[in-house]
Design a protein around this ligand. Structure first.
Ligand SMILES: Nc1ncnc2c1ncn2[C@@H]1O[C@H](COP(=O)(O)OP(=O)(O)OP(=O)(O)O)[C@@H](O)[C@H]1O
Length: 287
């Protein structure tokens, strides 16, 4: 059964079924006063994929994520997660769906007065109030190590951690309930390139071992190339394109061309090409 943080008998690979839908957003409209952020926005996230969400600053990537997880009430539209309509509901079914996702907010959003372990325990206490303290401690310790933090990070406060460690602590909290679906809002923002690449690797590995679906907001081109299966582009108040990077590159949209084929986009592509040539040379297969 999913959503239970202490049942380990499920094969994570079985969670991934090609073609099944994790999130379906249709006809979404969001507005703040007279400012319309989204209008007629449609998006489907497939189970088992890492979907990158990109768009210029202020195009509404975070508002989209907040609409899906119920922190923003849209003016119009539908949001379904695992086939359940989510908007304007707070019944048992929607609570059960909420247990199946974890969220890493921009900047980590850790509670500064709680230790890392206590932060990880927050969602466990919310959804499983009867768990004993020893069980809470055990699960938190496991999640801390799972995200690559040293075991002694558990009793530390967020202010005692580096930026990269805080991101990992936020990720540990997002993984507390053994989610099937992970929302990451700019997880590599503010990290140095080595820390960002390590976080990408961690995300990819967790996706593979836990069978996660990942909704990943990012400005980081390296992340898009390194770990995203598909990329959704937000512009003009909606998702204007979704596809693999080669599919997006074939489109004649000015923002997409500027983003992927501008100097930074080309640098990221060149780096991927160089890595592929290096790997081919190592295995003796040639480029
Ligand atoms: N609570 C709010 N009240 C009023 N306006 C808001 C609110 N939240 C977001 N907005 C506005 O909605 C628009 C989209 O914001 P959002 O944070 O989703 O952008 P974004 O694409 O995630 O940007 P960035 O890449 O800079 O993080 C912005 O113009 C923002 O000012």
């Amino acid at each position: 059964m999913s959503g239970q943080p202490f049942e380990e008998d499920e094969d994570p690979a079985e969670r991934i079924a090609e073609g099944e839908t994790a999130i379906c957003v249709s006809g979404l409209k969001n507005a703040f006063g007279r400012q319309v952020v989204h209008e007629g926005l449609d998006l489907t996230v497939r189970k088992g994929e890492i979907l990158g969400v990109v768009g210029g600053s202020g195009t509404g990537k975070s508002v989209l994520m907040r609409s899906i997880i119920g922190l923003q009430s849209p003016v119009e539209g539908q949001v379904e997660v695992f086939g359940e309509p989510m908007l304007n509901r707070d019944d048992e079914e929607t609570v059960a769906i909420r247990k199946r996702w974890g969220v890493l907010f921009q900047g980590g959003a850790l509670f500064s007065t709680l230790t890392v372990a206590e932060n990880v325990q927050v969602p466990l206490r919310e959804f499983y109030p009867k768990l004993s303290q020893s069980m809470l401690d055990e699960i938190a310790a496991y999640k801390v190590v799972m995200t690559g933090l040293p075991a002694d990070a558990g009793p530390k406060y967020p202010s005692e951690l580096s930026g990269g460690m805080r991101k990992r602590a936020g990720l540990a909290r997002a993984l507390a309930l053994d989610p099937e679906l992970l929302f990451l809002d700019e997880p590599t923002a503010g990290l140095d390139p080595i820390g960002a690449a390590a976080f990408d690797t961690l995300t990819r590995e967790l996706k593979q071992t836990l069978g996660l679906t990942v909704f990943l907001i990012t400005h980081d081109l390296d992340t898009l190339y390194a770990i995203c299966d598909r990329v959704a582009v937000l512009a003009d108040r909606k998702v204007i394109a979704v596809g693999t990077i080669p599919e997006l590159l074939a489109l004649d949209h000015p923002w997409i061309q500027e983003y992927f084929n501008g100097p930074r986009g080309r640098a990221a592509t060149d780096a991927i090409d160089r890595a592929a040539v290096g790997a081919a040379a190592k295995t003796g297969k040639g480029a």
